[in-house]
Design a protein around this ligand. Structure first.
Ligand SMILES: C[S@@+](CC[C@H](N)C(=O)[O-])C[C@H]1O[C@@H](n2cnc3c(N)ncnc32)[C@H](O)[C@@H]1O
Length: 263
């Protein structure tokens, strides 16, 4: 059962804006001053709403996404800001030489919100992001750990029972796929869910990748209730109970979202 925000671009845009100004900006400000002229890149920008609060603070923003459709929507929703050169939206793979030659060592802040779990070979990707940063730059990551009840993103399923059934995404691939097929799920959705299974990321693997990339965790929040559940399910965001956050592996099953700033 796709939720309203999966179907309506404007709803998704407004939620991105609110989530960014209420949670993401205050979180980043714990470790980094965000001022006029701060250079911000959002990878996987979608409709671009996450960047609006940064634009309003005078930051110079770039949003990049592989989806041409979503970049068109971002350009439309933020057409005044684009015309005023406050933000630029690009449909491009950031690995391309032309992106690196323009933006290598350029950004103060890089944002990946609900994106890293979609990216293959994160072990190569995170060190590459580091190369796009200025010397004192920082990267924000927000993502749902793979083992959380809906870490497979199965909420996007069109069949209601498949979208509300927790944890079955952790089954072996063939069983997971068989359940989705038996449930009558669309082949396109099954393909997307298999991709997420391939690129899955846990808290432990994420922290290892950060460390091996020569980056340090500067600040983190583990959430029992993801801030975006406010829009999806009307639930108030809630941080995870501290002792749970100290229990590797177990915490992944009980934590619906994590925020990290690294640098
Ligand atoms: C779940 S959406 C998140 C959008 C937005 N950041 C938000 O928080 O609402 C994930 C986005 O990441 C984009 N994406 C996935 N892999 C990417 C990659 N390697 N480079 C750029 N964008 C990517 C997808 O096209 C999609 O728009």
């Amino acid at each position: 059962m796709a939720l309203k925000h999966h179907l309506d671009d404007k709803v998704r845009f407004d939620q991105q804006v609110d989530n960014s100004s209420s949670y993401l900006v205050p979180f980043l400000e714990k470790t980094k001053k965000i001022t006029s002229g701060t250079r911000v890149l959002e990878v996987g920008t979608g409709e671009g709403g996450v960047l609006l609060p940064f634009i309003q603070k005078g930051c110079s923003c770039v949003g990049v996404d592989l989806s041409a459709l979503r970049i068109d929507i971002a350009n439309d929703f933020l057409k005044d800001e684009v015309a005023a050169n406050k933000v630029k939206f690009i449909c491009q793979n950031i690995y391309e030489d032309s992106f690196f030659s323009q933006y290598g060592g350029y950004f103060d802040i890089i944002i990946l919100k609900d994106v890293i779990e979609h990216v293959p070979e994160q072990e190569k990707f995170v060190p590459y992001l580091k190369k796009l940063l200025r010397a004192d730059g920082q990267i924000f990551f927000g993502f749902p750990p793979w083992y959380m009840p809906f870490g497979g993103h199965q909420q996007v399923c069109r069949k209601k029972w498949l979208s509300v059934l927790p944890y079955y995404h952790v089954l072996p691939r063939f069983l997971y796929k068989a359940i989705l097929k038996m449930g009558g799920e669309d082949d396109v959705v099954i393909g997307e869910l298999m991709e997420i299974k391939d690129t899955r990321i846990t808290i432990e693997r994420f922290e290892r990748i950060v460390k091996r990339s020569g980056l340090k965790v500067l600040y983190k929040h583990h959430y029992l209730i993801n801030p975006i559940y406010k829009y999806k399910f009307g639930l108030n965001p809630r941080l995870q109970w501290k002792p749970i956050t100290w229990l590797p592996y177990l915490r992944d099953f009980l934590t619906t979202c994590v925020y990290y700033t690294v640098g």
